[in-house]
Design a protein around this ligand. Sequence first.
Ligand SMILES: [Zn+2]
Length: 73
Amino acid sequence: MKRDEILSRALGPAAPELTCEQCFEELDRYVELVVSGERADERVPGMHAHLDGCPACAEDFRSLRDLVARQED
Ligand SMILES: [Zn+2]
């Protein structure tokens, strides 16, 4: 069984993982939700799973989050 199949069985259809492209498109919105304390993982399904498995996007997320968090102060 391929890794992707194992993952999709473990997570189920309710937790699809985004691609890097989708992640990039949703990152602004996701960061806004995280910083404002909304349920970001419910509003942008698959983002958390993607950030867990993609160091490049996780780094983008951290940079943007820190930037937005600083602006909110
Ligand atoms: Zn990615």
